[in-house]
Design a protein. Structure first.
Length: 256
């Protein structure tokens, strides 16, 4: 599948006259809890040649396509759009630039991007994103007796990321094990989480689960903690010229 995805990326570059600076996996595969039939969620950051930017009209700044009977979902954002989202500590982008599954990369670019992301990291922006997700998902879980493990892990991960944001000074990791293993959780809860990860790896996404009250209680505690801190966490101080410099640097680098 990796070979197939890389071939698609080459075709996308050629058809759109772009350079892909970063292509990675996101979603359950990158988080570390895929199911047997999880699809592939490929996310891109790409740059156009300089003339593309020198127009009086706004142009399409994203790519979206479903391939292989919807098993491969490829989407991405153009460089300028990506940097503007990073200035706001866009949570999805902060995850993508940490992905452990990489299909294509300009190594100097991703180093620069990670560095500027850390300096611009806003705890208050990210906690509002994950708290909103956790509250939405927990309400959906509690509205039925059975639930998909996929939805359960979305809920649990969002809540634990909130806990991370409150208690840690760094950007939340994308990989789930790096989150729950570095928070102050009871070993019994960690064991439950890891047992469910092993179960999810053996079943399809249609599998229905129930119970896990101890972990649901943990989610609620994390939500309560986040609610108490969400408006007191610090925002970031943005150096706009750093972002402008990075933008100009990589537009110039790939202007052929």
């Amino acid at each position: 599948m990796t070979k197939k995805i890389k071939q698609y990326l080459a075709e996308i570059e050629s058809a759109n006259h772009i350079k892909i600076l970063w292509a990675c996996e996101t979603g359950s595969r990158a988080w570390g809890f895929p199911s047997t039939d999880s699809d592939f969620d490929v996310r891109l950051i790409y740059v156009h040649q300089k003339d593309w930017y020198l127009t009086l009209t706004e142009q399409k700044d994203s790519i979206d396509m479903m391939l292989d009977n919807n098993d491969i979902d490829i989407s991405g954002w153009e460089l300028k759009k990506s940097l503007n989202l990073l200035r706001k500590s866009n949570a999805s982008l902060l995850e993508r630039i940490q992905s452990p599954i990489v299909y294509q990369s300009d190594e100097s670019f991703i180093r620069d991007l990670r560095s500027i992301a850390q300096s611009a990291y806003s705890k208050i922006a990210t906690i509002h994103h994950y708290l909103s997700m956790a509250k939405k998902f927990i309400n959906e879980l509690e509205s039925s007796d059975n639930y998909k493990l996929k939805k359960f892990f979305y809920t649990l991960r969002s809540a634990l990321v909130c806990k991370w944001i409150v208690e840690k000074e760094t950007i939340p990791p994308i990989e789930f094990f790096k989150i729950y293993k570095h928070l102050d959780l009871d070993i019994s809860l960690i064991n439950k989480i890891e047992a469910l990860i092993e179960l999810k790896a053996r079943v399809g996404e249609a599998y229905l689960h129930k119970g896990e009250q101890a972990l649901i209680d943990l989610v609620k505690k994390c939500i309560k903690q986040a609610e108490e801190h969400k408006n007191t966490l610090p925002a970031a101080t943005i150096n706009l010229e750093e972002f402008n410099h990075l933008f100009r640097q990589y537009v110039s680098k790939y202007d052929h």
